[in-house]
Design a protein around this ligand. Structure first.
Ligand SMILES: [Cu+2]
Length: 500
């Protein structure tokens, strides 16, 4: 197999003095077509890898970007949406210098990565946010292969352009495939309907929920708002992202939902998909026609491509609108319209009960349970965890080495994609099986069991990945050992320890 082997490691050694390096310079063989038109990539041949890679730079700053035919003013990393793709081998280091050229403090969170706590990019928890004009050096080892992303973790910044993808390759990749495409989905309003801060202010001023945004699959109200655009790799449907390859190839799609308030229903016209991973971790392969992906979730699937030009659609669940791209294996085939009907969208849909971690990924049985009840205050714009909200947030305690079961009981009227930092828990289904995940959708009146092996000390955020719910209070933490009287971590101490 050749998939995933073209560009590994050493990306950072090629980064530096000359500024932007064309990704094409590093693309060889079958990988070339996989990357054509794909997200920007930092890569270098393995031979160029240095033992101590130089840090890449993530420069956060305001800029103007084109999302298809529309040009908007927004905040980005390195003037691109999405930001540069980072690709490393499992076990390698990521070194990234955040340069904050924004008019606001910021951080970078490495979503799903089991990294050292001081590098988690969680403001007020693992570090103080980096002030304008300052820098922060992220330096960590990535232990687990898989599909991840990075994003700002400050305020509503993730609903701007401050995100990028992080692909961790497996040196012993067990899957057979020819190529891979990364598909990062997003909902977009910045620079079109004001800023995300304006959107949050509108939500805070209202106590109503838009009852028309409904989804049976999400158990009721699907979303808080309608974004004017939905994107694949930063491209709107009017100028769709095109993935080019040859017919007959087996392609691995890595699908990431970086949206703020949109679950997507994903399908590839004319094809079934074999889902192989969720949230970076493998699951027993399952064949489906479509899947629903919540904010912060990832799915990898394989498919053997027919000849033609096929719509890759991600319908904004419960809303009007879709993200759209084209998968093309024949140069002359007519492009599908962005509004094309895709029957797969209403056929066999992936369910969590289909997902099962291979037994080698099973976590130990928990020794105790902790209840986490999700709620909504009568105001309609405060979302709670055990009746607490950010500011005086829920602090759960675990001991290093134990496995605890989080019993997450959603008594609020909306679904929540709950995300735990620094760990990949096991969603334990009724029959004892279940996938490893770091983000799980909990529907109204649903109770899910998340088994967490406490093997990575820190005070880790556990929160809703609906950005607006997070900003309206749905943020807690899981910490190791007895609770400290006060609240905020001592990030200075962590930083000092880190800089030997
Ligand atoms: Cu939520």
């Amino acid at each position: 197999m050749s998939g995933g082997r073209g560009i590994v490691g050493g990306w950072s050694s090629s980064w530096g003095s000359g500024g932007r390096v064309s990704r094409r310079a590093f693309v060889t063989g079958t990988f070339a077509s996989a990357l054509a038109g794909a997200v920007p990539l930092l890569g270098a041949p393995p031979a160029a890898a240095a033992a101590r890679p130089r840090a890449m730079v993530l420069r956060a700053r305001p800029t103007t970007v084109s999302l298809g035919q529309r040009t908007v003013r927004t905040w980005t990393y390195n003037d691109e949406v999405p930001g540069p793709q980072i690709r490393v081998m499992a076990g390698e280091r990521v070194r990234a210098k955040l340069v904050n050229d924004l008019p606001a403090a910021t951080t970078v969170h490495w979503h799903g990565i089991r990294l050292d706590f001081p590098m988690d990019g969680a403001p007020g928890f693992s570090q103080e946010a980096t002030q304008p004009g300052k820098t922060f050096d992220y330096d960590f080892t990535v232990p687990d292969p898989g599909t991840y992303f990075y994003h700002s973790h400050v305020g509503t910044q993730p609903d701007r352009g401050l995100y990028g993808t992080l692909v961790v390759l497996d040196p012993r990749e067990p899957l057979e495939y020819d190529e891979e495409f990364t598909v990062v989905l997003d909902d977009w309003l910045d620079g079109i309907e004001g800023t995300p801060d304006d959107a949050l202010a509108r939500l805070n001023a209202s106590t109503d929920h838009d009852d028309t945004l409904r989804s049976e699959a999400l158990g009721g109200v699907a979303a808080e708002m309608v974004h004017p655009l939905y994107l694949v790799n930063g491209q709107a449907p009017d100028t769709p992202m095109t993935f080019r390859t040859a017919p007959g190839r087996v392609v691995r799609f890595r699908v990431i939902n970086a949206a703020a308030d949109t679950a997507f229903r994903v399908a590839l016209g004319g094809h079934r998909m074999t889902v192989t991973h969720t949230d970076g971790f493998p699951c027993r392969p399952v064949n489906v026609d479509t899947f629903l992906i919540g904010m912060g979730e990832r799915y990898d699937f394989l498919t053997r491509l027919d000849e033609g030009a096929f719509p890759l659609v991600a319908v904004a669940e419960g809303k009007r609108g879709r993200a759209f791209a084209v998968v093309r294996t024949n140069r002359r085939a007519e492009s599908p319209a962005s509004t094309v009907q895709v029957p797969e969208l209403t056929e066999r849909m992936l369910a969590y009960r289909d997902l099962e971690a291979p037994s080698s990924f099973d976590l130990p049985r928990p020794s105790r349970s902790i209840s986490v009840t999700l709620g909504m205050r009568p105001s309609g714009n405060e979302w709670t965890m055990n009746d607490k909200v950010a500011g005086d947030h829920l602090r759960l305690r675990v001991d290093r080495g134990e496995t605890v079961r989080l019993v997450v009981d959603n008594q609020s009227p909306m679904w929540h994609p709950m995300h735990l930092h620094g760990h990949t828990f096991q969603l334990r289904l009724a029959d004892g099986r279940g996938p490893r995940k770091d983000t799980v959708n909990v529907k109204p009146r649903q109770r899910l069991h998340l088994d967490v092996l406490a093997d990575n000390p820190g005070e880790w955020m556990f929160h809703c990945h609906n950005l607006y719910h997070q900003e309206q209070g749905m943020m807690g933490s899981i910490g190791y050992g007895p609770a400290r009287g006060n609240t905020r971590h001592r990030p200075q101490e962590h930083n000092r320890r880190r800089k030997r």
